[in-house]
Design a protein around this ligand. Sequence first.
Ligand code: PEP
Ligand code: MN
Length: 358
Amino acid sequence: MDKTIFEAWGFPVERMFLAAGPCSAESEKQVLECAEALVGRGVGFMRAGIWKPRTRPGSFEGVGLKGLAWMDRARAETGLKIGTEVAEPSHVEACLEYGVDILWVGARTSTNPFSVQAIADALRGVDIPVLVKNPMSADIGLWVGAIERLANAGLTKLGAIHRGFSSTSEMRYRNAPNWKMPIELKRHLPDIPLLCDPSHISGRADLVPVVSQEAMDLLFDGLMVEVHPDPPSALSDAAQQLTPEQFFPMVGNLVLPHERSDSAAFSSRMGGLREGVDDLDGQLIELLGKRMDIVREMGRLKAEQNVSTLQPDRWREIVEDRVAKGSELELSEGFVLQLMQSIHEEAIRQQEADRLPN
Ligand code: PEP
Ligand code: MN
């Protein structure tokens, strides 16, 4: 984990980088109380939302400018650095006036390239650290694009926050973690530090430790966690906030894995296993190539007879059969279904490519 990049940006870091604080700044007393509970314990900056993007009008929409004054005062009294979410140029201007130490772009905003560009333009020439939360939907291009817009405006201290993705089928989490997205982001942008926001992923305080540990196991550089002195009284996201008394032990209990091990026995055993995986992957790809050869031949036959590319009955049979075979081998239904859908999609694409005049 590369927590040191945050140190280079001037933020305190202990075992991992930590951003902590309430979902929203609610009162001067709450902000000060929170800062006092967080200071001197390895927190990089205190977070608090000043302008809250809410799904329905009429919910608590943040205290606005006066909240920045409270955070500024909390910083002056404790020395804790402060950060908040910006969603439009007027927010950026206010934060720059107060000298807020770090900004983040929220999930609703990173979904909209117009808004991100407006924020980037407002930040041109100011090299403040900015963290970009993933957009609401699992679209890696949008996430990378938002970071690129800020980079193109000359910002060099950029990071990303994984806060999960809204989903209609997810029951356990408020926003499904879909870990392959941050893993993919890291592949595209290996030098950008990556934080996890387990609070917005979980939606429930009791899930926050599990999601945090998962993030550590996946080599995230740190966490942004909602911490409130009295969660049940919170004006937003009451169910997912931890008290400081819950937060610090939770962080202390996290196990931090290393990316590599010096053990020779480990390296040699892993080397052997990886060779096995490489070999099987090679066979898988070859088999898929052979499968597609047959699929194309079938496509030509269908075209000759004016038979449709999609064969719903056959597809239903395939799914049932492969899912059943998979379950005998302890492969989950979801995995086998997703795999077969990918293969089927490519088969249809190839048959259509042969069929359509180019
Ligand atoms: C927040 O951090 O309080 C917030 C609104 O998060 P998100 O943009 O991830 O929903
Ligand atoms: Mn929140």
